[in-house]
Ligand binder design. Structure first.
Ligand SMILES: [Zn+2]
Length: 301
């Protein structure tokens, strides 16, 4: 699932290894030095092979850092940081901990800060998958000015790919929601959303946008295009499923605790997400929710 890939950079950035026996932690590639910039070795050393593990820096007899080897083979700044990393005399396995808060436990709030930080550092347009689970939304506004892959005629902007493009319009024409058949020609997605924001079919609109965007990504990967009707049916099924799930679970889509959630500035959207790791399955999962400046839910995954 794309969402899993999307969560990975955030988890990677926010997590650091707690060194146990050091096996399976790569010296140069992994983050394992707390309180060191990026938690990684800063100056790659010629004597350290890319695949060398942290366990090779630990003296087996004393179960402590091989001080001589480390001082000899690393830049002084790195060597000192490594020697400060606590080791356990017992042979314990390595574990990952989340850096941004003291407890080492992952929280939505801390994850959001890391995501924000990543967003500042990366050029979203360069990052085809986006970083946050709401990759659709982040990349949506910053599509590169390339030619549209679907019609090959117009430059691919967000509003083009998702709305104005004739390939997208083929899908919209078959969409069951009435409001979605409003005229084309909007300057950008914000203008379109402005026109639809009070529609009671906004949910359907967002699901269809998501499916068109997904289709666009599938196509870029060289895979087959789906007939517009297939996307309409999928939108129907998905919206129906969401409605049923919401009724059954009575999930409230209003902000239940306004003091812990602050709305974004006017005309902006705010993305919140939560991610978890399922150790047994070696997988990560992510949930995302997008709200507007009035706290109204715009989309969720
Ligand atoms: Zn197009």
């Amino acid at each position: 699932m794309e969402e899993h890939h999307a969560a990975k950079p955030i988890l990677q950035r926010g997590s650091c290894w707690r060194v146990g026996n050091g096996a399976a932690i790569r010296i140069l590639k992994d983050a394992w030095i707390p309180n060191h910039p990026s938690n990684k070795v800063l100056h790659p050393s010629q004597n350290i092979d890319e695949e060398m593990m942290v366990s090779e820096l630990i003296d087996l007899d004393s179960r402590w850092w091989d001080r001589g080897f480390i001082l000899q083979n690393f830049n002084r700044e790195d060597a000192e940081a490594i020697l400060r990393v606590p080791l356990s005399r017992r042979c314990i396995s390595n574990s990952l901990f989340w850096i941004p808060n003291k407890s080492g436990e992952y929280t939505v709030r801390s994850g959001y800060h890391v995501a924000r930080q990543l967003a500042k550092e990366l050029d979203w347009a360069e990052c085809s998958k986006g970083v946050v689970g709401g990759n659709v939304w982040k990349t949506l506004w910053k599509l590169k000015d390339n030619r549209c892959e679907a019609c090959k005629t117009e430059p691919e902007t967000g509003i083009h790919a998702l709305w104005n493009c004739r390939v997208a319009q083929d899908v919209w024409v078959g969409c069951s929601a009435r409001q979605q058949k409003c005229p084309v020609g909007q300057v950008d997605m914000l203008q379109l959303l402005d026109e639809l924001i009070n529609s009671d079919e906004l949910e359907q609109f967002l699901v269809q946008v998501w499916l068109i965007w997904h289709q666009r990504n599938v196509m870029i990967q060289g895979k087959q295009f789906q007939a517009p009707g297939v996307l309409n049916k999928r939108e129907n099924d998905f919206t129906e499923e969401l409605r049923r799930a919401n009724t059954q679970l009575s999930i409230s889509l209003t902000v239940s605790n306004p003091t812990s959630w602050r709305p974004p500035p006017l005309s902006c959207f705010k993305l919140n997400f939560n991610a978890s790791i399922f150790k047994e399955h070696g997988a990560t999962g992510i949930g995302a929710i997008i709200r507007n400046d009035r706290g109204k839910v715009m989309a969720y995954l």
